[in-house]
Design a protein around this ligand. Structure first.
Ligand code: G3H
Length: 257
């Protein structure tokens, strides 16, 4: 029976990768909405995938924040750093969220677990246009932004639009706009509708969605039935090179449609 289940999952992985027209899809059993340990299992899959995909020598790995990424970080192992020099950088700035799930923290945790290095980007996640411009010119920020631009790997999650808006302390007016524009998902500070159109963007410092095109390895990690619509929407704009690591909770809902 275990083999049957496994075969079923492998088939779903192929179907999902085909549906989204992306490089690869990995589905772990369970639903992260119901069992926290499922997120950890996705993290283990990320570790294994990186072990297979990362080239020998130097890699710069840009990472985003969030609970999923926190679990990914906890499941990376120091085997990854054998024959490799890994440098983790936050893909975007951010001090708006709780410390444990900020991209800076995730980068430092990943470095700790793998024995790699990390850099931090000490800029607020959401800044006004007036603050944004001069901040960008700061040499210390320019240096880290330069490193982010050289990254060959990016690991990120995808969130449900409205819950992400609340978590990022967006105003009621902004949330109203998101609802009017039917935003369903969020990744990298970009909100998109079910067709994958970007309907709102938080001006933030760091990796922009267009820059993903330069990355050799792109891992999107998101699971749970509650994220099915968000994942489906983001996959419409995700680079074809993306590997999606998800769970049955999300995958079954998407494949049912
Ligand atoms: O952009 C997406 C969010 O970082 C996802 O956050 O992993 O806490 O659901 P989460």
């Amino acid at each position: 029976q275990f083999m049957d289940e496994l075969m079923g999952i492998r088939q779903k992985e192929r179907q999902l990768a085909q549906r989204f027209n992306i490089k690869r899809c990995i589905i772990v059993s369970g639903d992260s909405d119901r069992q926290l340990k499922v997120i950890g299992t996705m993290g283990e899959e990320v570790n294994q995938l990186l072990q297979r995909l990362l080239p020998e020598g130097d890699s710069i790995i840009a990472v985003m924040g969030g609970h999923t990424m926190e679990h990914v970080a906890n499941n990376l192992t120091n085997k990854l750093a054998s024959k490799r020099q890994l440098l983790f950088v936050p893909a975007r700035g951010g001090v708006g969220e709780s410390v444990a799930i900020q991209a800076n923290t995730i980068a430092s945790q990943m470095a700790e677990h793998t024995g790699g290095k990390f850099r931090s980007l000490f800029v607020p996640e959401q800044v006004s246009e007036r603050t944004y411009e001069p901040l960008l010119k700061e040499p210390s920020i320019q240096e880290v932004l330069g490193i982010i631009r050289q990254a060959n790997v990016v690991i990120h999650s995808v969130g449900d639009a409205v819950s992400m808006a609340h978590r990022r302390n967006m105003s009621e007016d902004q949330i109203k706009v998101l609802r009017q524009r039917e935003a369903v998902g969020e990744a990298f500070g970009y909100f998109f509708d079910k067709d994958g159109n970007v309907v709102y963007r938080i001006p933030r410092i760091g990796l922009q969605i267009g820059e993903l095109a330069n990355m050799e390895i792109i891992l999107a990690v998101a699971g749970g039935a509650s994220k099915a619509t968000a994942i489906e929407a983001y996959m419409k704009i995700a680079p074809k090179r993306t590997c999606l690591i998800t769970d049955e909770g999300a995958a079954n809902l998407i494949l049912k449609k």
